[in-house]
Design a protein around this ligand. Structure first.
Ligand SMILES: *Cc1c(COP(=O)(O)O)cnc(C)c1O
Length: 366
């Protein structure tokens, strides 16, 4: 492929080149059926196979227990901010949220429209630069669920094993939009996991929901049909027209992960890439990572600053000229952010570090 840049965008983001090339080969005539996946009926045999294989492969690579449903929905992570409370905040009407970034904050604000939300812990006072640890006693015993965002895309923080709260029997809900498929997850620990696909899975348009079966069927009758998880579970994500093309690409990504050694293999590569970058940042004189606690650092979104807003802007602009694009931090915080999801090759990170070194040599004034 010619002229491919290294795209460090937080999402939509890079997809594996092999998946794009294969989709391109099949774009006009998918597997000899004379039509594109974009054109085929979602009720066709071909598409039935695509969605069933996608689900089966996701179940296999994530080791999803049988008592969980896998749903392919629309509306992105943002619609889940509402669907979660509409479906689960229905017994005591209370839910406890841990606010570790903008997305968790938005999710809590949305849930407040529907019930009694308690912010159990927040790291906002320190610009979300760490993951708060909480005790079981911090959670209201009658909460319908506890909510976390396991990877904070904007702030570059992530829940390590020890930080994941022990909720006793209360369902734990996790937004894994920006880290799904990057590390092994014990699904049985969660009541519900969701992830918008456009960070680490597929093009925008599909949202993956993994929900324990006993949590289905709790939505009030006034909840719009599309927003009831049970409708989608009962209809194999085909209650209405699903986002067919995005599901197809997601399925191709799941197949590729399976072929390449599963999520453990993805994780090993992700750890290697992130370590290279953090080690360089920590050793450099110019760059600084605001996430001081190394256990809380994200493998997927590496945030760093020079400490000078003008210099940060120059960095982002010059990197772009060098074919390293979308390195600006989220518009709400500035600085830099390198999103290095599964599809970012090691060479992309090596190129970035090379560029950072040259930029440091030219711009560090000591
Ligand atoms: C991007 C993102 C969202 C929002 O996703 P949309 O699909 O744009 O609604 C929610 N949560 C996390 C963790 C994200 O990274």
């Amino acid at each position: 492929m010619t002229n491919r840049v290294y795209n460090f965008s937080a999402g939509p983001s890079m997809l594996p080149i092999e998946v794009i090339e294969d989709a391109a080969r099949n774009l006009l005539d998918y597997n000899g059926c004379g039509q594109s996946v974009m054109e085929m009926s979602h009720r066709s045999e071909e598409f039935e196979k695509i969605i069933q294989d996608a689900e089966a492969n996701l179940r296999e690579i994530m080791n999803i227990p049988k008592n969980y449903k896998v749903l392919f929905l629309q509306g992105g992570g943002t619609l889940q901010f509402a669907m979660v409370p509409l479906n689960l905040m229905t017994k005591s009407g209370k839910a406890d949220y841990i606010v570790t970034g903008t997305w968790a904050k938005k999710a809590a604000a949305e849930a407040k429209k529907f019930g009694d939300v308690k912010i159990v812990a927040s790291s906002e006072e320190s610009k979300f630069s760490y993951i708060p640890r909480i005790q079981k006693g911090d959670i209201r015993p009658d909460a319908d669920y506890v909510y976390i965002t396991t990877n904070n895309t904007i702030y570059g923080t992530h829940y390590c094993e020890e930080a994941i709260p022990d909720t006793g029997g209360i369902p734990l809900v996790a937004d894994m939009s920006s880290c799904i498929l990057s590390e092994p997850v014990d699904v049985s620990r969660y009541g519900l996991i969701y992830a918008g696909a456009q960070k680490n899975v597929a093009p925008a348009g599909v949202t993956i929901v993994i929900i324990r079966e006993d949590l289905l069927g709790q939505a009030a009758e006034t909840v719009p049909t599309y927003l009831d998880y049970k409708i989608h579970a009962d209809n194999g994500s085909m209650y209405n027209t699903p986002p067919c093309f995005a599901i197809y690409i997601a399925g191709e990504v799941f197949k590729k992960i399976k072929k390449e050694g599963g999520i453990a293999a993805m994780n090993a590569k992700d750890v290697e890439k992130a370590k290279m970058l953090y080690d360089y940042i920590d050793a450099s004189k110019l760059y600084h990572c605001p996430v001081e606690n190394k256990d809380d650092r994200s493998l997927m979104n590496v945030v760093f600053v020079t400490g000078e807003a003008e210099l940060d802007k120059k960095f982002v602009a010059e990197a772009k000229e060098a074919g390293l694009i979308n390195l600006g931090g989220h518009r709400s915080i500035g600085g830099m952010r390198a999103s290095i999801y599964n599809a970012m090759p090691v060479e992309g990170v090596e190129k970035l570090i090379e560029f950072m070194k040259a930029f440091e040599a030219q711009n560090f004034k000591g």
